[in-house]
Design a protein around this ligand. Sequence first.
Ligand code: NPW
Ligand code: K
Length: 502
Amino acid sequence: MIFAHAVADVRAAEAALMAQLPEGALMQRAASGLAAVCARVLRGEFGDGLRSGGHRRRRGGPYGARVVLLVGGGDNGGDALWAGARLARRGARVDAVILRHDRVHGTGLAALKDAGGTVVSGDDGPMTTATAAAIRRADLIIDGILGIGGRGGLRPDAAELAEFAASASAHVVAVDLPSGIDVDTGEISGAHVRADTTVTFGTHKVGLFVDPAAAVAGDIELVDIGLGPYLPAPALQVLEFADVARMFPEPDRNADKYRRGVLGLLAGSAQYRGAAVLAAGGAVHGGSGMLRFAGPDAVAADVLRRWPETVVSAEAAEAGRVQAWAVGSGLGEGREHEVAAVLSAGVPVLVDADGLRKLPPQLASPALLTPHAGELARMLDAQRSDVEARRLHYVRQAARRWNATVLLKGSTTLVAEPDGPVRVNPTGSPALATAGSGDVLAGLGGSLLAAGLTTFDAGSVAAFVHGMAGHVAAELSGYPSASDILEALPGVLAELRRPANR
Ligand SMILES: NC(=O)C1=CN([C@@H]2O[C@H](COP(=O)(O)OP(=O)(O)OC[C@H]3O[C@@H](n4cnc5c(N)ncnc54)[C@H](OP(=O)(O)O)[C@@H]3O)[C@@H](O)[C@H]2O)[C@@H](O)CC1
Ligand SMILES: [K+]
């Protein structure tokens, strides 16, 4: 599992570690790790990041490379200067653009000059003719404007510099984080750097994983500086393949279909017949032992035709015993009494799409709510654009409001509980943004609930697996449909459940 921590926790850990070490030792660790990644970038080991096609890709390593440092007035700038000195000693031509001469990291600047680096900015501002020329011809730009000490978007002179750097063809490496993002929330409130690679120190920072900021961080490289033992519980968790393989329910030797878990599915309507079929497909593959579908005859017939292993009934009340419910995908208007009954059935329930419009003020059962940004906005009486800009804030707010697990779908899917760390799904891709994709996810998540996973684990495992299926489907069909994603699921699950991976 990958973790991310809040800035206050990073600061506390840093202080505890620093008390054990000689002055400047941490910055040297950071700068050495940063220089090592930069050398790899200059050997062509990293992709072209955000501006694919526009890059001057260098393969020869630091010797002879042209490097520009953007240096703010704090320790982030200090890291850049020390790393620049290391690259200069390895034969790079290093030019520094200093934003604040009165605040610049003195020993870092002296080290850079000793190693043969030069300053191209002027006394009265960073943008000079020499700055522009250096940035235009650079192979690599190192963004040391702001790190975890920054607040708000970049100030005008830094913003002008970042914008000019963005127009150049160099690979941009951000020091600790892309300057100008809000590091604890992933929000962006003004001008900021767009990085191709971010080299972060000690632990990942929250904003590197949460959109919109995550989208401007590029590839993330973590440099271990020894903070680990001093860090408290993380603010964010990112599941990896091995975690999901371990968490995915494994039927025991004596399991029968009931013991593996039965999911009840209340989905689909005359208007949205396909949603029921897609959700049922996600459920059939999702790890539970049996699916009971409740819905109108015509819809039930569609489900049975595609998934003959399903048991169908006309009403939720007639469905029989289940270990969990999934409700809402394509449900349309009406059926309020059935939804209410399912929500108070005393078993865990996944609520999606139209089910989210029918939520009571208080939920009686453990619930996993799976809105996209528009649905979450409606639930919280907010604007969709606000939810998209402040995803972490709103997903946490909804989790507390309904005392439930909330999975906010989108560019980076977040899964939050009322308390504790938020999970970010790392497998998302634009391939998942297609009609019916959410229905597959709902069935899959419901099935995992029925198989006994907690709402938190069911949501995060479902999102991970669904995202992997999206990638596989995209490789096969370019722009995959929800049916393609569904078809990719068995292969992904087989891979996940291979004994070597568990
Ligand atoms: N944590 C660790 O373990 C380690 C941390 N290390 C490194 O230290 C970094 C943190 O350094 P830090 O605390 O000196 O703050 P930093 O981010 O450089 O910014 C402060 C400067 O920015 C300025 N400024 C603020 N807002 C601004 C804005 N909107 N637009 C423009 N300017 C703005 C502010 O100016 P002021 O407000 O004071 O006028 C001040 O000059 C951290 O990210 C990592 O890289 C490693 O070396 C070792 C291990
Ligand atoms: K930075």
